[in-house]
Design a protein around this ligand. Sequence first.
Ligand SMILES: Nc1ncnc2c1ncn2[C@@H]1O[C@H](COP(=O)(O)OP(=O)(O)OP(=O)(O)O)[C@@H](O)[C@H]1O
Ligand SMILES: Cc1ncc(CO)c(N)n1
Length: 265
Amino acid sequence: MHTALTIAGSDSCGGAGIQADIKTMTVNGVYAMSAITALTAQNTTGVTGIMEVTPEFLKKQLDAVITDICPDAVKIGMVSSGELIHVIAETIRQYQLKNVVVDTVMVATSGARLISEEAIGILKQELLPLADVITPNIPEAEVLSGRKINSEEDMMSAAEWIQKHYQCNVLLKGGHQVNTANDLLADADGMHWFKGRRIDNPNTHGTGCTLSSAIAANLAKGMTMQAAVEGAKDYISGALAAMLDLGKGSGPMNHAYVIDEISQK
Ligand SMILES: Nc1ncnc2c1ncn2[C@@H]1O[C@H](COP(=O)(O)OP(=O)(O)OP(=O)(O)O)[C@@H](O)[C@H]1O
Ligand SMILES: Cc1ncc(CO)c(N)n1
């Protein structure tokens, strides 16, 4: 069986973070493992607390997992401090981990800040160049590129700039557009659009975590980058279109929709 490791924060309400990652990887047919960077006290309306693990304890989790079951792919999500980012970068190099997907998590859907200002510099310097693909949303791509993004043309020039500057493939997500949900991949072959129908669903908690984990799962199974992104885009569209409505804020998605579809046939 193919395996994937998520290095991310725990979301107590189960819609984002480690919990979303494990659900996504499992439904996409790979064995999921985790190394937790922080606990968050969180629900669909917001984040009420963050408790980081120490760099030493993150390293212990990573060594324990990787020396036993070396993952076919790695997804990195919320990492709030520079020291934790440094441990992850060192570990990727030490074990020569492959199929590394970095979701450049900065702010939760509910508005809470999930990374310190100082850590963004270390993320850019140490982690992005080790990634096979990074998956910024539009506000994150603005921070990484220092450019404003107001159109699909702006998405193309920002993605190209980020790809060249950090030497990694970039999937610039279009979930923050108004009428569309088109994502753009900049890789060695050029630019590729993954067009998505915009689904009228306010419950988007964890969409970014889910998309990046589905890409990691697909890469773990040996798919090419473009096929992995295409499959992940189909997965997120299906999970959003299932219209789960839980909680008082921006609720989570339904990962069991594929299973529901099969059982209804
Ligand atoms: N309303 C929508 N309809 C269809 N697809 C959507 C919608 N909202 C987001 N997506 C898709 O979900 C994926 C995640 O994109 P998004 O830009 O929302 O990421 P994000 O902001 O990092 O997510 P998060 O809410 O977890 O922080 C992308 O493939 C995007 O196109
Ligand atoms: C733990 C965690 N990671 C990532 C996000 C971004 O959606 C979140 N809200 N919580």
